[in-house]
Design a protein around this ligand. Structure first.
Ligand code: OGA
Ligand code: MN
Length: 284
């Protein structure tokens, strides 16, 4: 099997993976090739996935690590609990998915946990005719491009990540399981990838209410400065979904956000959550 890639960005941050079918993902050679591609590139696009077949979405995700059953238990698939639904669809009065139809600001998944997910795969099962695009930003290159003076200033700083801070702007309150597990965590502003060893910016203001040890004014100013540097157009890939697209991203090296769409249209995305290797999960 010849698995190749096609760049989706002017760098090799986001690529389409060509030449792999889900029949082959159990093969050792295919797995190694995909794992390599995922470390080399931070966003992988797989086209034409059968999103009805949830076992297979889980199977593709498992190539990259153990799967986590997400703590938004009210939105898990009934068939395959490793899948979380992201949707505005309702069955009667019951929402079937997280995030509804609103915008979601720049973030990276689960930073409110002590050992956040390393990866997420999001697959398009039902999409609106337009809108609902998801954008990804390259935190390796954003970090590399920082002026040395700013790298120096943020080196060693830590930021508080609060799920409620994000939820107040873009989602709904944490459920009781999430509250019990904890929704506030402190992480370095610059993190080191557990496998590649590369540094990246890990400080989205959607999730971070403040940076530890700074006055509120200085903290806010630095968050704005980091934000402005992180999401410049040259670091961003905006994905317009087609049915059957699956996008896998590296939560340590990329951030993502999504646009709203006309709420009259349903959108249903199926997501898996990929754990880091436990012995490399911390420190950052
Ligand atoms: C997610 C997420 C964005 C989208 O599933 O973590 O941020 O496009 N989804 O729905
Ligand atoms: Mn997300």
């Amino acid at each position: 099997m010849n698995i190749t890639t096609r760049n989706l960005t002017h760098t090799d941050f986001a690529v389409e993976v060509i030449g792999v079918t889900l029949d082959d993902v159990h093969k050792e050679g295919v797995q190694r090739r995909l794992q390599y591609l995922w470390l080399k590139h931070q966003v992988l696009l797989f086209k034409n996935l059968d999103t009805e077949n949830e076992q297979r979405l889980a199977g593709l995700s498992k190539v990259f690590g153990r799967l986590e059953i997400h703590s938004r238990i009210e939105y898990l698939s009934n068939q395959v609990p490793e899948l979380l639904y992201i949707s505005n669809v309702k069955e009667g009065d019951r929402k079937i998915g997280a995030l509804g139809d609103g915008e979601a600001g720049w973030h990276t998944d689960q930073t409110y946990r002590p050992t956040p997910a390393l990866g997420s795969l999001l697959a398009a099962h039902v999409i609106p005719p337009e809108g609902g695009n998801t954008s990804f930003a390259d935190m390796y290159r954003a970090y590399d491009a920082l002026p040395e003076e700013l790298k120096h200033r943020i080196s060693g700083l830590k930021a508080v990540h609060s799920y409620e801070h994000f939820n107040e702007q873009y989602s709904e309150p944490s459920n009781s399981k999430q509250k019990a597990d904890g929704t506030v965590q402190t992480h370095p502003v610059v993190r080191t990838h557990p496998i590649t060893g590369r540094k990246s910016i890990y400080c989205p203001k959607s999730v971070v209410p403040y940076i530890v040890g700074l006055s509120p004014q200085d903290s806010q100013a630095l968050l704005e400065e980091i934000h402005e540097r992180s999401f410049r157009p040259e670091f961003v890939y905006e994905h317009k979904w087609n049915l059957g697209d699956g996008v896998l991203w590296d939560n340590a090296a990329a951030m993502h956000r999504r646009d709203t769409w006309d709420p009259a249209y349903p959108r249903l995305m199926k997501r898996t959550t990929i754990r880091p290797p436990e012995d490399l999960a911390v420190p950052f």
